[in-house]
Design a protein around this ligand. Structure first.
Ligand SMILES: *Cc1c(COP(=O)(O)O)cnc(C)c1O
Length: 441
């Protein structure tokens, strides 16, 4: 039994971590990304036209702890860091489970998700390296939103290529990015040669992440003072997100919480890795028995159903080849509402951890995840992002398994974001029109 208050575990501002944790220092057997032409490991020079110097250095680093720059730490406060760790007391009551359930609140950031943790760092490094403009792609809009705010904080111009279909379907996402000062183009656009070429062939193309990446990279390669940024998958993004897990460890110590399970949803792997990697190190050191569980959508179950091999990170085959769990770069996931989980691959760092058995994966149909999201919203008053509802589904299932066996398990999950801009999905669920993942093409 915990003797300290564990309902809402907070940290003071000076307890924001001072270093990120780099799991590349502790994972043996990592395979480097390969140049698609030569099939040799990519070099810093290969990446220089696309990414800023500091990010390339972090991408390749095997140093265990990396300093968080003061300007980034100070601005983490604006993203609601340190974020609280909360106990889901009402969810426990609703489930009548002996399990204790806690969640880490990445939903309280003004950008609505954990993505600001890396956006802030990447915008800072671009500013430091003398870059004036950053470009990126966005699908559902969470990453574009985070980067738009981070760019405004560090006084950079931000150009976002938003997949055309999302641009049309989610006009308010676009408005948020524009409010933070970003230029947003519907991709394919007339702003790039690649976009013009696509539009000439298919004037009403709905776009795709692959196309949007190609446009964002083209703009970066065309000017040495413009760089491209990634919202997930890369080693640097996993590193920045460990601020989540490092805070969580401090909070669990403070409230004497000893987790049996740590759970998160996985798209490209960044919120789960950030949340779990610091504790995985404790596990590697034999200091905890905690099990790590990644919750993925049935529509893009890269860990559960993918193969561990080299593949492209994008659809247009422009990126290096990454050793990762992949469904194939030409795999097109069904249009589930959890847009942030519709990715064919997985972070190479998380892939190797999975390969070594450091975590297990469970996959869910979207109808089951919306059900879990509704239960959580009614019990706790928080409407979760459809992505985060995958983690909630897994946490609820674990709590029900504990009830079955009458075991007092402790479950901690990462609430990666809120769903206040994804109400169309909730509307479909409530009106009975939400389609099962297996019935979508
Ligand atoms: C983008 C996103 C995800 C998935 O991305 P990861 O890199 O796997 O974390 C999950 N939840 C939310 C709220 C997101 O915006």
């Amino acid at each position: 039994m915990s003797t300290k208050s564990d309902i809402l575990v907070t940290l003071s501002l000076d307890e924001i971590p001072k270093k990120w944790y780099n799991i590349a220092a502790d994972l043996k057997g990592l395979q480097p990304p390969l140049h698609p032409g030569t099939k040799e490991p990519v070099t810093a020079e290969d990446l220089a036209p696309v990414f800023t110097k500091s990010m390339i250095k972090q991408e390749m680093s095997t140093e265990r702890y990396i300093d968080i720059p003061d300007e980034v730490r100070e601005n983490y406060i604006r993203l609601n860091r340190p974020s609280s760790l909360q106990r889901a007391v009402y969810l426990e009551k609703y489930l009548k489970t002996p399990a204790k359930i806690y969640f880490k609140r990445e939903d309280l950031s003004p950008v609505g998700s954990h993505k600001g943790n890396s956006a802030l760092a990447q915008a800072y490094y671009c500013m430091k390296d003398g870059i004036h403009t950053i470009t990126t792609e966005t699908g559902a809009g969470q990453w574009g939103t985070a980067l738009a705010l981070a760019s405004s904080i560090f006084d950079l111009d931000c150009t976002v290529f938003m997949v055309r279909i999302s641009y049309d379907q989610k006009p308010f996402r676009r408005t948020i990015m524009q409010t933070y000062g970003a230029k947003v183009y519907a991709s394919p656009s007339l702003h790039t040669e690649y976009g013009k070429k696509v539009l000439k062939e298919v004037p009403d193309s709905p776009g795709s992440l692959g196309m949007a990446i190609s446009e964002a990279i083209e703009v970066a390669v065309g000017d040495p003072n413009i760089k491209y940024t990634l919202g997930s998958v890369s080693n640097g993004v996993m590193l920045h997100q460990t601020v989540i897990g490092l805070e969580t460890i401090e909070q669990m110590k403070k409230a004497e919480i000893e987790p049996d399970y740590m759970v998160g949803c996985v798209g490209g792997g960044s919120n789960f890795s950030g949340f779990a990697f610091p504790m995985m190190r404790e596990k590697m050191l034999g200091k905890t028995e905690c099990e790590f569980i990644a919750a993925e959508p049935k529509a893009a179950a890269s860990l559960s159903e993918g193969e561990y091999r080299y593949d492209f990170g994008d659809t247009a085959c422009m990126t290096p080849l990454f050793k990762m769990y992949t469904l194939g770069h030409d795999f097109v996931p069904s249009p589930i509402h959890a847009g942030g989980l519709r990715y064919h691959g997985m972070s190479p760092l998380l892939s190797e951890a999975f390969n070594q058995g450091l975590l297990t994966a469970r996959s869910y149909d979207q109808t089951a995840t919306f059900e879990a999201g509704m239960i959580f919203a009614k019990a706790e008053g928080i409407i979760p992002a459809p992505e985060s509802s995958h983690a909630i589904r897994a946490a609820i299932d674990l709590a029900l398994e504990a009830k079955e066996k009458d075991e007092e398990k402790t479950i901690v999950f990462c609430l990666s974001g809120h769903g206040l801009l994804d109400l169309a999905g909730y509307e479909r669920h409530i009106s009975g029109n939400l389609v099962s993942s297996s019935r979508m093409s």
